[in-house]
Design a protein around this ligand. Sequence first.
Ligand code: BDR
Ligand code: CA
Length: 336
Amino acid sequence: MAGATAGRTYSGPVLFAFVRHDSPWPMTARPILIDTDPGQDDAVAILLALASPELDVTAITAVAGNVPLPLTSANARKVCELAGRPDIAVHAGCDRPIRQPLVTAEHVHGKTGLDGADLRAPEMPLQEKGGVEAIIDLAREVEGLTICALGPLTNVATALTRAPDIASKIREIVLMGGAYFEVGNITPAAEFNIFVDPDAAKMVFASGCKITVLPLDVTHKVLVTPGRIAAFREMETRIGDAIADWTGFFERFDKEKYGSDGAPLHDPCVIGYLLWPELFSGRHINVEIETASELTRGMTVADWWGVTDRPANATFIGDVDAEAFFLRMTDRLTRL
Ligand code: BDR
Ligand code: CA
C-alpha cells in the first residue's frame, strides 16, 4: 500500500491500483494525515483508515488529549503495529493546549488511553520530526492533503499559525468535535475535543480551510451495542478481538452516564465520512467557538437555522445511517 515509510520523506500522491465494486477504473488513493489522541475510538478510526485502499495514510501526528502525549504517541504506534503497518510515520506533536492547562479523559478511556485490550509496547520508532512540522511539510509536499483531526486541534492550529500558506494547500479538514442539539459531553455546553483547546478550534474555524465537522449529534447515533461488539468478535482476528475488548471497556462509561445501548464510536465517523459520504447528511453553516466564557468554554455555536448573517465556514454533519455504517466498517476491518 502507498504511504509514508519511517525514515523516508513522502513525495506526493501515489496511485493505488484498486478497483471499486461500482467502477471499472483504478482510482487514486486520497492522501490523508491523521491527527489523533488515541483513545479506543481513535484506534478504531486508524484501523479503518489503514484497512481502506481509497485512503493513503501519509502520516499520523499525536496530540495530547484523552491522555498525555507520551501515551498518545505510544498508542498510535501500538495501533499501527497491530495493523501490521510499522512503516507508518508517527510524529509526536503538542503536549498541551495553546492557552489552557491540559484536561484529559482517563475516566472514559482508562489510565493508558487504550484500556481494555493488552497491546505490547511499540517497537517502531517515533519520528524525530515533530507533529506540527510534519503537518506543515506534508501539507506543502502532498497535493490535496486531507487532515483527519480526531483530538484537540492544537497541532493543526499551531501548524496553520506557523505556516499560514498551508491553509490554501490543504484540501479539507475533517474533524470530530463539537455538538449542536446534543450539546456537551465534558461540560453541559462543550464537547471534549473542542473544550480541551478552544483557542486552537477558533483558529482552525477561522482559517479559511474547507472544514467538515462530525459532532456528537452524529457520533451519539453510532453506538457500539452488544450485537455490534459481537460482530467484531466474530471477525476472529486479533484486530476484531482488540476492537471488541476496547469497545467493551469504554461502553461501561456511556451506558452508566447516558443510559444508552452502548458507547458512541466517535472518531471512526471521520474516516467513515471520507469513505462513504452518502451515509451522512448535514448543512453548510457558520460555526464559531466560545473561548471567553468560563461557563460555556469550548461551545460550538453552530448557526444551524441560519439566524445570523455570519458567513458559512463549515459543513456541520447532522445525521448518519448508523446501521449501514457499522456493516460497512465491520466488513472493511476484516480485510486487515
Ligand atoms: C472525543 O473525545 C475523545 O474522548 C474521543 O476520542 C473523541 O475524539 C469525543 O468527545
Ligand atoms: Ca479522539
